[in-house]
Write a protein that binds this ligand. Sequence first.
Ligand SMILES: Cc1ncc(COP(=O)(O)O)c(C=O)c1O
Length: 416
Amino acid sequence: MDKREFLQGAGACSLAAILGESAWARWSGLEPAALAQASDFWTELRGRYRLRTDFVNLENGYYSMMAQPVLEALVERIREVNFEGAHYMRTRAADERMAARTALARVARCPIEELAITRNTTESLDMVISGHDWKAGDEAVMAEQDYGTMLEMFEQVSRRHGVRCKRVSVPLDPRSDDELVELYAAAITPRTRLLLVSHVINITGQVLPIRKLCDMAHARGVAVLVDGAHAFAQLDFALPDLDCDYYGASLHKWLGCPLGAGLLHVRRERIPGLWPLLAPPPKAADDIARLAHSGTYPAHIDLALRDAIAFHESIGIERKSARLRHLQRYWTEQVRGRPRIRINTPSDPARCCAIANVGIDGLAPAELARRLLDEHRIYTVAIDVANVQGVRVTPHLYTTEGELDQLVAALLALSS
Ligand SMILES: Cc1ncc(COP(=O)(O)O)c(C=O)c1O
C-alpha cells in the first residue's frame, strides 16, 4: 500500500489499497456473510497486524490494537505535530479536529452538531451522569451488569445530590425483547430522570434492544444514556435510529484508533441542559464543543483518528460485524451444552456479536483464566460480577478459526 496515500486520511483507503488489487479481486465479489467465512481473506488481513506469537490474544475487548498502517500513520502524525509545535496548535488544530469530527459523524451516521470527540467512554458517560441537573429525590435506573465505574459515578451523584439509584439484573439468555423492556420499565417511577443502558454488556457480550428501551423510557418522560463502548464500530447501526438522548463510546475499542479517543453524542435539545465536566471557554449553550473541553490535548490523535476511520471504512462495518459474529458463533456452538460448560451469552445470534463469556462449573473464573493462559497459552479475562462467572472471550478481525479450535480444545480438556 502507498503509505502517503493512506496518510491523506479518510476516503483514501480501500481493501484493494490495503491488500493489493489482485489479492482483493479474489474476494471482492463476496457478500459479507460469505466473506465472513472466507478464512484466507482474513488471514491476508491478519498480515496487517503485528501480533505476539507466544500466546493467543482473545482479550481484544479491553482495546483492539491498531493495524500496522494506522500505527505507522500515527507515528507520522506525532512527528508532524511535534515539528510544527505551538504553530500547529494555534493554526491547524481546530480545523483538524473538525475534520476528525466530520469523519466520525460519517461513521456514526449522525449530525456533526450532535457529536463531540472525548478521550474515552468514561469521560463521555461521566459527563452526562455528573452533568445532569439533579435534584434531591430524583431517581436513575441502571443494571448491575453495567460497567463498574459508571455505577460508581451514579453512587457519587447519589451521595452528592440525594439521587436514588435503582439497579435491575439483566438475564443471561432473555426470551424476548419484551422481557428486557418490562424489566427496565418496572424500575421506572414518576421520579425517574435518567436510564443508563449498555448497548453491548461488556462482561457477556449481550446486545440490548436499545430502540425499544428508548421508546419505553421516552413514553414515561425518562431520558436514556447509552453505554456504547463495545457497540460502536462493532455493530452495524446508525446512531439516530437508536433515538437515545446521550451515547458514549471509546474509539480505541472497535474502531481501531490510538488509545485515548472517545465520542459523545448528545441529542441537540439536550446539549444546553448538561453541566460540562471541565469548564470550557465561553461558547453558545447549544454548542456541543462546550462538553468536549479538556485543556491542551494530544492533537495527533485527531489526525490518526481519520487514518483509523479510513482503515475501518475500507473493510466496512457490514463485513466487520459479520466476521466478528461468525468467530463468536464458531467457538460457542462447539461447546454450548457440553457437560460443566456454561455459555453466559445469549443463544440468539441477534443478541450478540464478537464477545462471549464461558464458565466451567467447579472452576473459579480467575482459575479458569489462569489455566487457559498457563496450560494453553490463551489470554482471556476473568469476570466474576453479578450473575456472570466465567472468562470473557473477545476475538478480533485477525483471529483465526485455528486459534478458536485451540480454545475449544482447551475448554473441553479443562471441563473433562
Ligand atoms: C461497557 C463499558 N463501558 C465503559 C468502559 C470504559 O471505557 P474506557 O476505559 O475506554 O473509558 C468500558 C471499558 O471496557 C466498557 O466495557
